[in-house]
Design a protein around this ligand. Structure first.
Ligand code: ADE
Length: 225
């Protein structure tokens, strides 16, 4: 899978992709993540990419031209399945969306900044708008990193044990069961006896019960879906 991310702050997107699963996925050739500086596509002699809003109002807007030129160049090289704009007024990103994006070949993610991007990009080029939650962050970069991370870890062979991804919270609309590791006793706090029993069937049953119980308690809305 290939993910192209368009941003005015490429430096915000270096470390998330240079560590852990995302780094390994790229090294193994499972994922290619390319960050593009929108400024490189500006024809302005000062490399300016933002301007005042028509109609007035506080805050700058990212101009249409550099974003358009960057997308055009990418589309001349390959076909894209989705052009995503990350924005607080987009559809709520969730595990289901991560699962479906992980089946795609090539996607573009556009990061907004300041007041956002010229709306004509959203009307004529963007195919999906996603929000990572009902709060506003400074720009779309961290949202793009969240989405890229949750998608790439689902790609075949990105994780050494794919069953780990299938057991994640929100797969099956359930929260994950609690997990424990050595030592068995710490400060007289004991690991649940069942996990030490070696009885796989009983352990799986306990884990499912725990998942259901935690979901009922913490996120009953998930059970209504
Ligand atoms: N840009 C600013 N806030 C955002 C959010 N909550 N989700 C996606 N992109 C954003």
């Amino acid at each position: 899978m290939r993910i192209d991310i368009l941003t005015v702050l490429p430096q915000l997107l270096t470390s998330p992709f240079e560590t852990s699963i995302l780094k390994r996925a790229q090294q193994k050739g499972i994922a290619t993540i390319v960050v593009h500086d929108i400024r490189d596509y500006s024809t302005d002699k000062h490399k300016r990419v933002d301007d005042y809003q028509f109609g007035g109002g506080a805050g700058m807007v990212l101009q249409i031209e550099p974003i358009y030129r960057c997308i055009q160049e990418l589309q001349s090289q390959r076909k894209y399945d989705e052009i995503i704009y990350v924005t607080p007024d987009g559809a709520q990103f969730n595990q289901k969306t991560a699962n479906s994006l992980s089946l795609l070949q090539n996607i573009i993610i556009i990061c907004g900044h300041y007041k956002g991007i010229d709306h004509r990009i959203r009307e004529h080029m963007v195919t999906k708008e996603l929000s990572i939650g009902d709060y506003v962050i400074t720009g779309g970069e961290l949202a793009a990193a969240v989405i890229a991370d949750s998608v790439v870890r689902l790609l075949p062979d990105a994780m050494s044990d794919i069953s780990s991804a299938l057991n994640d919270s929100f797969q099956d609309n359930l929260l994950a069961p609690p997990v424990y590791t050595r030592p068995e006793v710490f400060n007289e706090w004991k690991v649940p006896e069942i996990l030490l029993s070696g009885n796989t069937k009983e352990i799986e049953k306990w884990q499912l019960d725990q998942s259901l119980e935690r979901t009922r308690l913490l996120r009953p809305d998930l059970l209504e879906d």
